[in-house]
Design a protein around this ligand. Sequence first.
Ligand SMILES: [Zn+2]
Ligand SMILES: [Zn+2]
Ligand SMILES: [Zn+2]
Length: 298
Amino acid sequence: MTTLRSGHIIKLMPTDIGTYKAIRDNLIDNSINHYTYKLKSERAYRVVIRGLHATEDTTMIKAELNSKGHEVRQIVNVLHRTTKEKLPLYFVDLEPRTNNKDIFNIKHINHVKVHIEAPYKKKEVLQCKRCQRFGHSKNQCFRPFRCVKCGNEHSTTSCVKPPETEATCANCQGKHPASYKGCIKYMQYKEKIFKTEPKSRQTKQQLHKATQQQQSINENAKPTPRPSTTYSDILKNRQNNFKKQPINATIVEPGPQDNITSLLDTMFNKFQAIMKDMIDNMMDQMIKLITRLAPQRD
Ligand SMILES: [Zn+2]
Ligand SMILES: [Zn+2]
Ligand SMILES: [Zn+2]
């Protein structure tokens, strides 16, 4: 078991579930102030029942589900958000079992036609409050801070940008805060994930594949030796570049020395941009993996 000490807080990380449960029970028994992450195997399986009348007796629903082999942890009658009126809608939390999914086959409860479905997941983009990138939260982020207001490398709370000056987006460099929902990067990301997100959770195979891709990215990320360039290559390149120039462009032909320097500059800039993209990509994948593997707090 690993232990970490920071100030007056001690973090315990047991290696197996047995130890975890023993420690937790002990803390509870002795009323020791603590918090913990709920084990995935202990989290309730939530479904929504539509069709039952709002005044239905929840004990009856519970009993009927029980008789069909589903152990109910709790049933909540959903209230209207503003009027607080009871709705013909129930949240049911089942004890996690292998037959949980069978509940979707139930078509009648107490002779009333019902529809049982998975709870609606909000289509929201997760944006990191630390680095302003998308797809992870600040708790999983180890990147340098980027300010939501000015885009510079400091935490938003320590920003000294006067309110009357324009904001700069950390993601697109546009004149808006990085949290702006009209940001082109935000919209592109949203479109990408909601088009491609798989319906179910990633399977182990997919996770394995992601790890393999990660490895191959790591290998690709090894710096490649810079290709040696001969003067004739540069000339050839220059001629090609000239062909691509629009006709009305004014071309100032640089001397050979300038040419080599600017070519190296361009190459270096491109190399830098590629590396930056690669590292960004790797970080995204790593954070995604960590998020999937780490237990979530309920
Ligand atoms: Zn981040
Ligand atoms: Zn700032
Ligand atoms: Zn933006």
